[in-house]
Write a new protein. Structure first.
Length: 484
């Protein structure tokens, strides 16, 4: 961006160039971001805890040369599911309202070691379990593009903070689209890493202090450019403390857009017709750039019951995290919703036995193997992130998965069960595949829309490289009206 661009719209990469050249100092930059937040924060309610005095200590140390690293002096907000020493960490759960973190989550520790200046925590849904971001502690987060709409979830506060110019980099997590859906809804960039390459330890849920890592969840960055995502992954990826392994992700499969083998698929699950048309138009734009784009006539890697497997395994994991909690509401839901509906499968999934769980994991392993074979013929699969763009708030019926079972979303000219919004993200979650989300180069109506670039297993550099090449052709971030 030109130097006339205000600091809150610099990408993280641009910000680091300004800091390293000393054209701006870390303390000055932090003060600018704090002022920006003070002026516009209440409209969005994305940042729900500030620790500016702690952040100033770090920023001063950067300016004095006592702290160095690839992100030295970069102001950041962090999703309120990650433990950050000196901050609260609630995951929107009322019982954790007064909990304070004594240590950093592993991913946060890597960012801190890189010199990041963490000044705020961003809002999430109750227990990080919704595609909206509201909870009984901090209330509702609004989408900067339309305050009457959701920014998504569960990393909704993260994406809204980026979209509003409160931070240039964020840390999110994703098990059901929680990085990808907010990025799509808010017009920012996000990366769901391959499973296991970024440590989950220090994230809530599960309970504070837990060491077990979910078999589906990942942690990854949100930003306002593909270059920023790549820089963040270079910091975040790798073994947790005490683990004796090293990571060497494969280089991108191609370095020119024309050399990527690309497929587009929009047919497995419901998708808004205008959004579908926008993705098809994007495919045509890629073809005009010389990209080999195939619009698939049949679903990629068809396996019977893919969505059934994903929902059942997802809610088996959720049920395990609920521990000894009262599951009677799920039992009622299981008796209420059809057995073959997403809500019915979800309600039954939380009661999965150990043998049922391991049977699901075996099916998942076969699913992963099928995708590995499919990606021998393609490098990138382009598909929708969700059924629609950001939708109006639906938060009057309570918190958590149970109320969401009764909700519907308007998709084109029909009402579709709300929980079916999990299905497009579930494609890559179930298969442990990396996904980069970036905005389409045009809006759907007045709202931004993103697209998933799904890549081969451990092909994080492939999806990030493809996204970066798209950035070079189609441009970067556009601020929402009223936040310029």
């Amino acid at each position: 961006m030109p130097k006339t661009t205000p600091p809150h719209w610099w990408t993280a990469t641009e910000t680091m160039a300004e800091l390293r050249s000393r054209r701006i100092g870390a303390v000055e930059l932090l003060a600018h971001m704090a002022g920006r937040f003070e002026a516009l924060g209440p409209k969005v309610n994305a940042v729900v805890e500030e620790q500016l005095e702690l952040a100033q200590v770090t920023a001063k140390a950067v300016d004095n040369g006592a702290i160095a690293g690839p992100f030295a002096g970069l102001p950041m907000t962090i999703k309120d599911t990650f433990e950050v020493g000196g901050f609260g960490c609630t995951a929107g759960i009322p019982e954790l309202k007064d909990y304070r973190s004594a240590r950093d989550a592993d991913a946060v520790a890597r960012l801190r070691a890189a010199g990041a200046v963490m000044w705020g925590k961003t809002n999430v849904p109750l227990a990080a379990a919704d595609h909206q971001s509201y909870n009984p502690i901090y209330g509702v987060t609004n989408n900067p593009w339309d305050l009457g709409r959701t920014p998504g979830g569960s990393s909704g506060g993260s994406a809204a903070s980026l979209a509003a110019g409160f931070t240039g980099l964020e840390l999110g997590s994703d098990i059901g689209g929680s990085i990808r859906v907010p990025s799509h809804f808010c017009g920012v960039w996000g990366h769901k890493p391959s499973y296991g390459v970024v440590s989950q330890r220090g994230q809530i849920p599960p309970n504070p202090g837990a060491l077990v890592q979910s078999p589906l969840s990942v942690c990854g960055p949100l930003a306002r450019s593909s270059a920023d995502l790549l820089a963040a992954m270079d910091v975040l990826a790798g073994a947790a403390p005490g683990e004796a392994w090293t990571l060497n992700l494969p280089q991108a499969r191609a370095t020119s857009l024309r050399d990527f083998r690309v497929a587009i698929w929009c047919g497995s699950f419901p998708v808004d017709p205008d959004y579908h048309q926008a993705i098809s138009a994007f495919g045509r734009a890629l073809a005009q750039e010389g990209v080999n784009v195939v619009e698939l006539a049949e679903a990629p890697n068809p396996l019977p019951g893919d969505e059934d497997l994903y929902i059942s395994l997802l809610f088996a994991v959720i049920g395990g995290e609920l521990g000894g909690a009262d599951l009677s509401d799920y039992d009622t839901a299981a008796a209420t919703y059809p057995a073959d509906s997403v809500a019915g499968r979800a309600a039954r999934g939380v009661r999965s036995s150990t043998s049922e769980y391991f049977a699901l994991r075996e099916r998942q392993a076969h699913h992963i193997a099928k995708w590995n074979s499919w990606f021998e013929s393609f490098d990138i699969l382009i598909c929708p992130v969700a059924m629609t763009t950001a939708f109006p708030h639906q938060n009057q019926d309570g918190d958590g998965p149970i109320p969401s079972m009764a909700r519907v979303l308007r998709v084109g000219d029909r009402d579709v069960p709300y929980l079916e919004n999990l299905l497009w993200p579930g494609l890559a979650t179930l298969a442990h595949l990396p996904v980069t989300v970036r905005p389409l180069p045009f809006k759907v109506g007045t709202m931004p829309a993103g697209v998933q670039f799904i890549g081969p297993s451990y092909g994080d550099r492939t999806t990030l490289a493809f996204s970066a090449l798209c950035d070079a052709i189609f441009g970067g971030y556009t601020p929402p009206p009223g936040f310029e």
